[in-house]
Design a protein around this ligand. Structure first.
Ligand code: SAM
Length: 273
């Protein structure tokens, strides 16, 4: 028998998670547990996974090992979304853009119902394939005194109060209210949190300058335009993230919030100048 290691390994998902978060913008960078949330891991039928779950109920947390299935490229250096725009070696980050895009997340285990695990807050988008579940064991898995490299510096920055105040123009407030009431789409909390911290251009936070005074930030399937004066950020308008020709293209039927974006463009066809 050869002891050469195989050049490729095959893994089969054991199930998929339902989080209701359909775009990456909605998923947190790491689970925070400040938000009460209920997510469901549905294990696949036909493998006796019910037996494999025996004895797990006594653990209040589990590790999920999963696949960043929405990521198709990897890079040696990435720009983490938190903190100043600075490249870091991918192995010193939790970025999805890895040679083997494996994710690792500790989550609260709230219950087990047949082949379903009821889980707390997590950072996975809806439909993410899960490869494994392991119990979280504080005695083995927790090292509170371990050094955390550059993340300690960023955490120190993030613990300071936000430097900017964020307000909506009457148009943006009207658009946000329309999205919330007509389509149950609300990306305002995340948008405000990001802009209150740092509205400067940043590739991973998808912030770029449009003109000398107007900037733009991508928010999943949507985008927002804003100005910055001193420490005051004003969101001047919202807009669909995709052009009308993409939204009506039958080959791109999977675009998130497609119907809502088309309706939005019907009401507000002109992107702000
Ligand atoms: C920074 S990663 C950390 C993931 C995991 N906790 C880890 O440390 O390996 C979390 C981000 O991955 C992205 N994400 C979540 N599910 C994904 C998926 N299935 N495919 C690609 N990206 C995903 C979301 O943008 C989320 O904010």
């Amino acid at each position: 028998m050869s002891d050469a290691s195989p050049s490729a390994l095959t893994l089969q998902p054991i199930g998929h998670i339902r989080t209701g978060k359909h775009v990456k913008f909605q998923a947190l960078h790491q689970p925070s547990e400040q938000h009460a949330e209920r997510n469901v891991l549905e294990l696949l039928p036909g493998h006796n996974y019910e037996q494999a779950l025996q004895d797990l109920a006594g653990f209040s947390r589990v590790w999920l090992v999963w696949w960043f299935h929405r990521t198709t490229t990897w890079r040696t250096q990435v720009y983490p979304p938190r903190g100043p725009e600075q490249a870091r070696g991918v192995f010193a980050t939790r970025s999805p853009h890895r040679p083997n895009p494996l994710g690792l997340t500790p989550v609260q285990l709230l219950g087990i119902e047949d082949r379903q695990l009821i889980l707390g807050e997590c950072d996975l988008v809806d439909g993410t394939p899960i490869f494994d579940i392991k119990p979280y064991v504080p005695a083995y898995d927790s090292f509170p005194d371990a050094r955390a490299g550059w993340i300690e510096e960023v955490d120190a920055l993030m613990s300071l109060p936000p430097q900017f105040t964020v307000q909506l123009s009457p148009l943006a407030a009207n658009q946000a209210e329309w999205l919330r009431t007509q389509w149950q789409i609300d990306f305002q909390p995340r948008l405000h949190e990001l802009l209150a911290r740092d509205p400067l251009p940043h590739r991973t936070r998808r912030i770029k300058r449009r003109t000398a005074t107007l900037s733009e930030i991508g928010c999943g399937a949507w985008r927002a335009f804003f100005t910055v004066e001193g420490s005051k950020v004003t969101i001047t308008a919202l807009d669909a993230g995709f052009p009308g020709r993409f939204l009506t293209d039958p080959l791109r039927e999977d675009l998130p919030d497609c119907a809502a974006q088309l309706a939005f463009l019907g009401l507000w066809p002109q992107p702000p100048q």
